[in-house]
Each structure stands twice: as C-alpha cells, then as structure tokens.
Design a protein around this ligand. Structure first.
Ligand code: S3P
Length: 174
C-alpha cells in the first residue's frame, strides 16, 4: 500500500513526505517532480505551452502510473484530487492523508519556497492570498471526500506530523 499525501500547495506535503519516507525506509515520489523529469519541462512551462488542461492530462497519466506502484510515499500536486479518476486510482492501492493549513500560513510558506517560481504558476487572476482563499473554498469538498485521514499542519512540527501518520498507518494495517 502507498501512503499518499494530498492537500493544497504549501500544506507541507513534500517536507513531511521526505521525512516520512526516511523514517519508514521507503521511496519518496513527488508527482510534480515526476512530471518535470519525464517531460523535461518545468511545470510553469507546461502551463504556458499547454494550459492547465494540458497539465492535468499529463498529471492524470503520471498518477495512474504512480498508483500502480507499491509501498511508496507519494505526494501529489494540490489540484490532483480535482479529477475523480485520479482519486480512484490513488485509492486503489493507497491510504490518502490530507494535509491542511490556514490560508495565511500557506501564503507565507509558498512565498518563501524556492520551488514556487518553477512549479506553481498562478491559477487565477486574483492576488496570491485571495487566490489561495478562493481555491481552498472551491476545492474543500474534493479534499475532504478524497481523504482517509486529515492533519492540520499549521502549528505542528513536522516530526509530530510524521509520528501521527505512522501511528495512523499502523492502526490501519492492524
Ligand atoms: C497545483 C499545485 C502544484 C502543481 C501545479 C498545480 C494546484 O503542486 O501541481 O502548480 O493546482 O494546486 P504543489 O501542491 O506541490 O505545490
């Protein structure tokens, strides 16, 4: 079974995913990095050339491929759960953990994260914080419906989040 981290940009998927993979001695795969490696293009350029729709098609193919793997720690891009087929594929062999955070914390983390320039093109014509609030509201039910377990990462240390995930997974497997 894969452990799949879902949630909006800046909720801590990559940081937590890498730590979790280390602790469990499993491989860590980030769907955005996987897309960039297989297309040899930055996410930003895929959006520029093929639009969001083109990106979502590539993302769906990659998610189908990752879902056929086993025992991986997978972090998927914040919009991956918008497509039902992605959620179905991920759930087929995965336990989905939703990471959440407040819009303000997401905004701070995204602004400080160097991967934002290449991997996080604007998704609306709104100002950054307004875009975050708007999309969180629009996506909330997708995230909630997809999640097997939810953790708010706003004020929790990464190590504690990892411990909580490990405890949850152990219960799940018993
Ligand atoms: C997106 C989130 C990004 C990346 C792309 C689209 C989104 O991934 O897949 O820019 O729609 O929320 P992260 O959640 O890893 O930043």
């Amino acid at each position: 079974m894969n452990i799949v981290l879902i949630g909006f940009r800046g909720t801590g998927k990559s940081t937590v995913g890498k730590l979790l993979a280390n602790r469990l001695e499993r491989d860590y795969i980030d769907s955005d990095e996987y897309i960039e490696n297989s297309t040899k293009k930055a996410i930003k350029h895929i959006f520029e050339e093929d639009g969001e729709e083109g990106f979502r098609k590539i993302e769906a193919d990659v998610i189908a491929e990752l879902s056929r793997m086993d025992n991986k720690i997978v972090a998927v891009g914040g919009g991956a759960i918008l497509r039902e087929d992605n959620v179905r594929n991920l759930k087929d062999n995965g336990f989905l953990i939703l990471l959440e955070a407040t819009p303000e914390i997401i905004h701070n983390r995204i602004t400080q994260d160097e991967k934002t320039t290449q991997q996080r093109p604007s998704l609306t014509d709104k100002k950054p914080l307004d875009e975050i609030k708007h999309l969180l509201e629009q996506r909330e039910h997708h995230y909630k419906n997809a999640a097997d377990y939810t953790i708010n990462t706003s004020y929790v240390a990464c190590e504690d989040i990892v411990n909580e995930i490990i405890t949850t997974i152990k219960k799940q497997l018993n």
